[in-house]
Ligand binder design. Sequence first.
Ligand code: M6R
Length: 615
Amino acid sequence: MCGIVGYIGPREAYPILINGLKRLEYRGYDSAGVALISEKDAQLNIYKTRGKVDDLEHQCASKDISGTAGIAHTRWATHGEPNDVNAHPHCSQSESLALIHNGIIENYLVLKQLLVENGYQFKGSTDTEVLVQWIEYIKVTHKVDLLHAVQIALREVVGAFAIAILEKDRPDQIVAARRGSPLAVGVGEGEFFLASDASPFVEYTNRVVYIHDDEVAVISREKPLKIVNLNDVAQTPEIKEIEMSLSQLEKGGYPHFMLKEINEQPQTLVDCIRGRINVEANNVVLSGVIDNQEKFLNAGRIIIVACGTSWHAALIGEHLIEDLCRIPVEVEYASEFRYRNPVINPGDIVIAISQSGETADTLAAIKLAKSRGAFIYGISNVVGSSIARATDSGSYIHVGPEIGVASTKAFTGQVTVLSMLALTIAQLKGTIAPDDYTRLIGELAGVPDKMEKVLKTDPQIQELSKIFTYAHNFIYLGRGYNYPAALEGALKLKEISYIHAEGYPAAEMKHGPIALIDERMPVVVIATSDSVYEKTISNIQEVKARKGRVVAIVTEGDEAVTDIADYCIEVPRTDERFAPLVSAIPLQLLAYYIAVNKGTNVDQPRNLAKSVTVE
Ligand code: M6R
């Protein structure tokens, strides 16, 4: 949540900052702002506004935007409504410091009280304004420079932050720090970039340093990168290569990132399984599992923690691991897990799934499980992310940057990694028959071609979407492996079209939700050919008997469901374990086209942000 960008070097900072904000807008988009030290008069110029980065650009068109040092921010509001005053950067009382912040300062009220008692006044209601005033107060009262003020001030701060501070009288440096929220420094030739991830500076440098918790970075003109901890002990910067290309960050001719990312799935699945599945050699090798095989072989239980779409992938993982490996699995919302007193036995493994690798609840669940002695395995998309670093081992899904707020290719990447994980463990444990192992490897390797085929239903789904554009409610039903797929289909629809949608296990419908069904209720049923196909047909009959309108996802050549459903979308036949990978695509497309018909902001739906770094 919230994106931060900074630049210092020989170039004009403003274009770099604005383009950087546009790349980070997926993290939050209710207000935006920029601070620059003017080349003309050495003033600290701050421009900010409610709205998007385009609105900020519009405001800046008539302003002094000169300067080779600057910071900028795009906000997802936590404290204080999204308005001009609460937008970042925030300025200190003397107007000598400007600060941008991603995260939440939990003890801001205590600090604010102390500051008010010492004569500080506040313009807005954000925790960030308290933080900048707090740093200035420490700087003045301790008579120290900005770096030391930041170190002292942050020792008293409770909460999560990635911050960057520009000082009016020091146009030669920017001071930044993190705890719990991501912060990357791009290292160029005689210039530095700061950002929440590497995307804002990928065209300028391929060298990045990820700042760790409780580290403070000083980026200066003509000086090497300086990193110290809060006790002023120097830390050695670890320079990594950026694994991201510019084309991955652009729409590539598609009207929305979401449509691009839906269409990328055949290729991202190939990227995900590359080097891991070898059909000729008849093996699946997930190195994180192989490296820790004793732990997986002896695991008494696996607990999977995740949020949102990643939680839906976890439910599919539960089916796969129990089915193939005979290890009991529990799936937990990370946000619930962290606040109860979970039983973690010696030998339990906790798998944490997170596309962004930055989700605060998942990170906190990892810390809790770790403190109780569990071995933690991470499944993430973002190399070097906080979750990737907090886990003992893990696997990346390798699907490339996902920019649309609604997760699509990350979901199928997560399910694919979980499939490979289950097959790897099952083979090690001997809980899978050799013939089944060989057949399932072939099936999984064949999914990208089936995805290609199912993407050809795009025009049919676009047509179908028009019938439902003005529906107020939807129900999604599925059984077995298709139940989490139904949950995911419903989440996609509600988050981008704002239509209320509920996912339900098809058989559970008769225990309550059936009361909702009448001729106005669209019911999407995932009814592919599987071990519960006949049972699903009975559930469709129950819907039809109450005049519900059924849209069914069926296997090619299906007759029984096709006879009773109002509309059918065919997908290629696949093993039921991998069916959600294929049926995800029509569900994503249906949600996408309904949202487009309604004219909502598909890539940046209201109230949401891509990376939820607050609890
Ligand atoms: O980055 P994460 O996978 O940890 O994010 C978890 C959820 O916030 C995320 O999946 C969210 O539900 C998406 N908007 C779903 O499309």
